[in-house]
Write a protein that binds this ligand. Structure first.
Ligand code: CAA
Length: 380
């Protein structure tokens, strides 16, 4: 067992950190304030090779592993949680299912531009009546000649509107088939009958874009079925297993960023004649924050490593996502506390970070759903 990261991983961490601090940090407050998704942020991530980190070079990727991917998402999350989310939704949810379940034609047409970062990806599972209960989806796809006709609506979809390629889940069979009643499809932006609904006004991650996907008699060529008919639910669940590593990594980054700001502030904020970092109340907070971050990072890297080794990693990903997202929220909350009244103002970044952190306990499976997944595996 070796807990030391190799040179390749350390170099990647440094280059993503340089990019995040140099190119993302200057605009992060503005993108939050103006609720602005800046496509050029994604384009730059593509130029750096981040959009295809875990994919083979023959598919336009960097040929690295999921640990490298987790490190990159963590470093983005440390500075700009929205950029981390854009990348995570793109790689884990938009591109990975095409790698895992696509035909060579689909990989060549859709995966390569996603991995190279010339196209942006998204994932359409959630519906108004099907959030945690994903199997309750009502969006349907009826086979008609050489195409499927898609009707229904997806909500809260990350990268939607801006994204070019969507992996969408819809019912293709009767209710009695339960989980086998769904299929996955690759849908291109611009397909007639495919439009976008309202953009969400969110508490945090306001540098990302989320909106509804609307399908009205939208014809999708038969060859855009991803995997086999009836495999859609399984594809969605396996995709989310991997996606949870991305959210865990984003959460570790959010916590690390908040921790560093709190530590630096505590060292320079003087009260009672000395920096507040000299007070044990603050020292113990910082110690607990550092401990929680380390535990979360180890769980996250462990899940990413297992995925790279083709080992079962679903439960590890659920544990990492649960622990890291709760850590991000606790640490961001304490970072605001250490900043006192200043931390509650928009002049200090911990205010935004606390808002950005909240969603990590909700999306890609709430903390409650992670506990369902973990406890099911314990009691099976
Ligand atoms: N991998 C492969 N197969 C899986 C699986 C997995 N991880 N999890 C479940 N399955 C299979 C089961 O084996 C079962 O197969 P059979 O029917 O052949 O027996 C089938 O799927 C149904 O499984 P369950 O009976 O466990 O299904 P369930 O209805 O009880 O729900 C759940 C399971 C874990 C609660 C699931 O619904 C779930 O994960 N819900 C959360 C959904 C979620 O994370 N949504 C996030 C949306 S994406 C997002 O947030 C990003 C964004 O853009 C904002």
């Amino acid at each position: 067992m070796d807990f030391k990261l190799g040179e390749e991983h350390e170099m990647l961490r440094q280059s993503v950190r340089d990019f995040a601090e140099g190119e993302l940090a200057p605009g992060v407050a503005d993108r939050d304030e103006n609720e602005y998704f800046d496509r050029s942020v994604f384009d730059k991530m593509g130029e750096l090779g981040l959009t295809g980190i875990p994919f083979e070079e023959k598919y336009g990727g960097a040929g690295m592993d999921y640990l490298a991917y987790a490190i990159a998402v963590e470093e983005l999350g440390r500075v700009d949680p929205s950029a981390a989310d854009t990348l995570s939704a793109h790689v884990s949810l938009g591109a990975w299912p095409i790698l895992a379940f696509g035909t060579e034609e689909q990989k060549s047409k859709y995966l390569i531009p996603l991995a190279e970062g010339t196209k942006l990806g998204a994932f359409g599972l959630t519906e108004a009546g099907a959030g945690s209960d994903a199997i309750a989806m009502t969006c349907k796809a009826d086979l008609d000649g050489e195409s499927y006709v898609l009707n229904g609506r997806k909500i809260f979809i990350t990268n939607a509107g801006a994204a070019d390629t969507y992996v969408v889940f819809a019912r293709t069979g009767p209710k009695e088939l339960r989980s086998k009643a769904f299929s996955a499809f690759i849908v291109e932006k611009g397909t007639p009958g495919f439009s976008f609904g309202k953009f969400e006004k969110k508490m945090g991650l306001r540098g990302t874009q989320n909106c509804d996907l609307v399908f009205e008699d939208c014809r999708i060529p038969k060859e855009n079925l991803l995997g086999k008919e009836g495999e859609g639910f399984k594809i969605s669940m396996q995709t989310l297993d991997g996606g949870r590593i991305g959210i865990a990594a984003q959460s570790v980054g959010i916590a690390q960023g908040a921790f560093e700001l709190a530590r630096d502030y505590a060292k320079q904020r003087v009260q009672f004649g000395k920096p507040i970092s000299a007070l044990q109340a603050i020292q113990f907070k910082l110690a607990d924050m550092a401990l929680e971050i380390k535990a979360s990072r180890l769980l996250t890297y462990n899940a990413a490593w297992k995925k790279s080794q083709n080992m079962d990693f679903g439960i590890d990903a659920a544990m990492a996502k649960l622990k890291a997202s709760e850590t991000a929220n606790k640490v961001a909350n304490q970072a605001v506390q250490i900043h006192g009244g200043y931390g509650y103002t928009r002049e200090y970044p911990v205010e935004r970070i606390m808002r950005d952190a909240k969603i990590t306990e909700i999306y890609e499976g709430t903390s409650e759903i992670q506990r369902v997944v973990i406890s099911n595996s314990i009691l099976r």
